[in-house]
Design a protein around this ligand. Structure first.
Ligand code: NAD
Length: 249
């Protein structure tokens, strides 16, 4: 059953090859959605979209730039006539301890993860409000809930906790106009970044501490994003959904 037939979805930070955004784009496309992949590098975004099929779109968009976000969303609305789904997935992390966080580290991590989520949402909310429908899915992290993770510093935890607050506030404000806003909190997910940063021994140690005894996959997260972006979750808003193999049990 195609869950997103006739829907138009925008996913930020989705050009990264083994990333969560790319897996989400792939699953949305498999369920009938037309997808726009936004990322910093235009060629990478276009290549990622081309992998999905000719109807999909890849565009450069730095999520920390409100005008850029507005311009891209306006271009997509002009092309498609509608945006049904926004996945705020773009994010960066830095493995720093609290006393090592310089002002520029704090700015960079809060800008992409938190400011970017606000700006891209602001760029589509007027359109969704007017249509009285829309779904926004924000990528938070288990780091927001645990005060730290394997790679993220305290500023990353703060940014992702901010994403949870923003999600709930947006969900409350937009519920009356039928726009649902939810967050996903992935746990430890195997991606290029995690593969490059861990020794095999460390990976075994981390997986042993997860009740399901394995790292998550990008597809595990994509499945949750599909649920939140589709009508299967029609009465779900303001939620934070854990995709962490039981890490918080
Ligand atoms: P990734 O690095 O593979 O993908 C992130 C993408 O965001 C990249 O393509 C990057 O170019 C893009 N990006 C960075 N800054 C940007 C900007 N200013 N504007 C637009 N795009 C920008 O990371 P991932 O592991 O796929 O993570 C995706 C999301 O999931 C992030 O928000 C991350 O914090 C979150 N997350 C990941 C994990 C994990 O274990 N991988 C766990 C919890 C949460």
């Amino acid at each position: 059953m195609a869950l997103l037939e006739g829907k138009f979805a925008v996913i930020t930070g989705a050009a990264s090859k083994r990333g969560l955004g790319k897996a989400t784009a792939r699953l949305f496309a498999a369920h009938g959605a037309t997808v726009a992949i936004l990322d910093l590098d235009e060629a990478a975004a276009k290549a990622a979209a081309a992998d999905l099929g000719p109807q999909h779109v890849g565009m450069a968009c730095n999520v920390t730039d409100l005008e850029a976000a507005r311009t891209v969303m306006a271009a997509l609305i002009a092309k498609w006539g509608q945006i049904d789904i926004l996945v705020n997935n773009a994010g960066i992390t830095q493995p720093l301890k609290i006393m090592d966080i310089a002002p520029e580290n704090y700015d960079a991590v809060l800008d992409v993860n938190l400011r970017g989520t606000l700006y891209c949402s602001q760029a589509v909310i007027p359109h969704m409000r007017e249509r009285q429908q829309g779904k926004i899915v924000n990528m938070s992290s288990v780091s927001a809930q645990r005060g730290g993770g394997i790679f993220g510093g305290p500023h990353y935890s703060a940014a992702k906790a901010g994403v949870l607050g923003l999600t709930k506030a947006m969900a409350r404000e937009l519920a009356p106009v039928n726009v649902r806003v939810n967050a996903i909190c992935p746990g430890f997910i195997a991606t290029d970044i995690t593969a490059g940063m861990l020794t095999p021994e460390k990976l075994v140690e981390i997986e042993a501490g997860i009740p399901m005894a394995r790292a998550g996959t990008a597809d595990d997260v994509a499945g949750c994003a599909l649920f939140l972006a589709s009508d299967l979750s029609s009465y779900v808003t303001g939620s934070e959904v854990d995709v962490n193999g039981g890490s918080l049990i």
